[in-house]
Unconditional design. Structure first.
Length: 277
């Protein structure tokens, strides 16, 4: 059985997804609590993994007597679906890679025609300076503000909410943000959900996803503010780069749009949290 699980992982399932799919093959239908009883996956985590299997089209879901019931897709069709999902993701990555390549090539061409230093790139590591610079970018946005939000935070959620509400009030600025919820406990998820509702109430379009690759803000398709994980420890870093270049900003916007399309809306996220209770 371990060998079968390993092969499913090579086809695109995670270890837990493979374990649950194999369990579903053994019974006609099961609920998330049923899954938790016969696998190593907790009841809380099983809801999320089952939804992933539904998205990958190897698992069916339906409502029965007020509860969600899950069943396996027939293996031949499931494998075809996994391959189709892989091909779709590969196509998206190829498109994104080409867009990024063009943007980076433009940056390179720009450099070749300039003798001055790269004064459109700014690096900050002081928390106070990063917070001030972020607020400056926020207040000077005129058309569109896109963001990935994840720890660590240079400014408090309360300060961000106040500044965002002031920016959006009476203006036609489009503000969209995807929030990471990885590692939050059930109690923390409640507070997190309330915060998302507050930001949406202020006029921001919000979505949530389990994990984001980096922290990034894109203002008016011109200015990009981003922080990457430390290469050695792989931990989130507060060190931040600000790149004032339209080509780079547009490439980052394409990445944002890809994640936005797959992230949970606020209502979908609230339903997921409710199912975890």
């Amino acid at each position: 059985m371990n060998e079968l699980s390993d092969k499913l992982q090579e086809l695109g399932l995670s270890g837990r997804e493979a374990e649950i799919y194999i369990a579903l093959l053994k019974k006609k239908e099961m609920t998330a609590p049923d899954i938790a009883r016969i696998t190593s996956v907790t009841r809380t985590k099983s809801y999320e993994i089952l939804q992933n299997l539904v998205k990958k089209r190897v698992c069916n879901e339906k409502y029965q007597n007020g509860s969600k019931v899950f069943s396996s897709v027939e293996p031949t069709i499931a494998i075809q679906n996994l391959l189709a999902v892989y091909e779709e993701e590969l196509t998206k990555k190829k498109v994104l890679a080409e867009q990024v390549r063009e943007a980076l090539a433009e940056l390179h061409r720009t450099k070749e025609h300039k003798n001055e230093p790269l004064d459109y790139i700014e690096v900050l590591s002081d928390v106070k300076q990063i917070g001030e610079r972020w607020m400056n970018i926020l207040k000077n946005t005129r058309r569109e503000l896109l963001a990935f939000t994840k720890p660590p935070y240079a400014t408090s959620w309360e300060d961000n909410l106040e500044a965002l509400a002031a920016l959006l009030k009476g203006n036609t600025i489009v503000s969209k943000c995807i929030y990471e919820y990885k590692g939050l406990s059930p109690e923390q998820l409640k507070v997190f959900t309330a915060s998302l509702e507050a930001f949406q109430g202020a006029g921001e379009e919000v979505r949530a996803t389990e994990e984001l690759p980096l922290k990034v803000v894109i203002s008016d398709e011109t200015t990009t503010m981003l922080a990457l994980s430390d290469r050695i420890s792989l931990r989130p870093s507060i060190t931040t780069m600000i790149i004032d270049h339209p080509s780079f900003a547009k490439a980052q916007k394409k990445m944002f749009e890809s994640y936005w399309a797959n992230a949970l809306t606020l209502e979908e996220f609230k339903n997921m949290v409710a199912n975890l209770q």
